[in-house]
Design a protein around this ligand. Structure first.
Ligand code: G6P
Length: 368
């Protein structure tokens, strides 16, 4: 066991640290910087199909669903194409509107999640083109979808998903780039995005270097029973994933809200016993989230900000911060998530939780 953990105390920590390599593997051979596009031959899409799809519909559960939300934002942002993410568990019970004009992407680490598989079958039945974005080679979803992109993240043992998420996001950004370049995005803009995606492994390495600093920050949040996570735009899925991690492994009750929604109800819960984790990376909407943070602190909620390195203004707005490297917002989805994985890990460790095997959870849920 100790050997398999490669010297790490837990599989989760090992897998967090494997992310630069996992992401390198996930994007290897798939980024064409010169032409400013992505090479995803497993999707088997003709140039005509790239243009004719009217919607990218993403289905998944848990962490994979959170990754899917980044895909939804990216396809709208990059390709000006309708993107939608649906909870796989609900999909077939809603008489879903899906058909031949949709590209459906099923996101699943294991490729065996019963709810996601059922959504795949439903979409195929209704005539959609379905692709799997799966980690486990030869898994049921990969086989039934018949086309797709493998993550190549390597085996994920920890029940709480880490490297699968960041690889899913990286590949979904490439799917969005591919659709965008097949439609109306210019080569120049595409080159910029391709270049950013290639920087991800290095940026993640930088976050990992802050492990000790993040452990120290985490020690100040061990005693709370509730937390809020807030973010806007691309950083909202990061809030969701950060809150999911802390729930799964530390058993702290956490809620993720779009920072803009805070005032429409949840702000009533804020006091000194309710810390707020705010995604404050520099970029669109940042000022507004800083405004929300001020509202939180006025209610005595302790605020932990995930901020861009050297951003003195954002730092001043928070009680404590985790600094991450500067990058575009769509890449911050990966970079800031890694910081929150480490934060959740250390909070759970200091609380003495069974990190790799949280109570009541299974790595793969193959029943409905
Ligand atoms: C389970 C796991 C989650 C995971 C979800 C989807 O609930 O505990 O960590 O995100 O299944 O799994 P999948 O293998 O489809 O990504």
């Amino acid at each position: 066991d100790a050997v398999e953990k490669g010297g790490y105390e837990h599989y989760m920590l090992k897998e967090i640290f494997e992310q630069p390599e996992a992401i390198r593997n996930a994007i290897r051979g798939r980024v064409d910087v010169e032409r400013g596009t992505a090479i995803l031959s497993g999707l088997g899409l003709s140039p005509r199909e790239l243009v004719e799809f009217q919607r990218l519909l993403i289905v998944g559960c848990g962490t994979s669903l959170n990754a899917g939300l980044v895909g939804e934002y990216a396809v709208e942002d990059f390709a000006a194409m309708l993107g939608e993410v649906e909870q796989a568990a609900e999909f077939r019970y809603r008489n879903p509107i899906v058909g031949s004009k949709d590209l459906v992407v099923a996101v699943s680490q294991s490729g065996e999640t019963a709810d996601t598989l059922a959504a795949v079958r439903e979409a195929i039945d209704k005539g959609a083109m379905v692709a799997g974005l799966v980690n486990v080679v030869g898994s049921t979803i990969a086989r039934e979808a018949g086309r797709g992109v493998y993550l190549h993240a390597g085996p994920e043992i920890s029940v709480a998903s880490t490297k699968a998420f960041t690889c899913q996001v990286a590949v979904l950004l490439l799917v969005a780039l591919k659709l965008a370049r097949g439609r109306r995005m210019s080569r120049e803009v595409g080159m910029g995005i391709a270049g950013e995606v290639l920087r991800v492994p290095e940026l993640v390495e930088k976050v990992l270097e802050s492990n000790a600093a993040i452990a120290d920050v985490a020690s100040h949040f061990v005693g709370y029973e509730h937390m809020f996570y807030i973010g806007r735009g691309y950083l909202f899925p990061v809030a969701l994933e950060g809150a999911l991690k802390i729930k799964e492994i530390s058993y702290i009750h956490a809620e993720a809200y779009n920072a803009a929604e805070l005032k429409h109800g949840p702000i009533a819960l804020l006091d000194e016993k309710m810390p707020v984790v705010a995604l404050l990376n520099r970029g669109p909407g940042q000022e507004k989230t800083v405004g929300n943070v001020e509202e939180c602190r006025a209610r005595k909620a302790p605020v932990l900000g995930v901020i861009t390195e050297g951003d003195a203004e954002a730092k001043a707005a928070c009680d404590r911060v985790i600094e991450v490297p500067e990058c575009s917002h769509y890449i911050a989805t990966i970079v800031s998530t890694v910081a929150l994985q480490l934060f959740a890990y250390h909070v759970a460790r200091l609380r003495g939780c069974a990190i790799d095997q949280p109570r009541n959870l299974a790595k793969s849920v193959t029943v409905e």
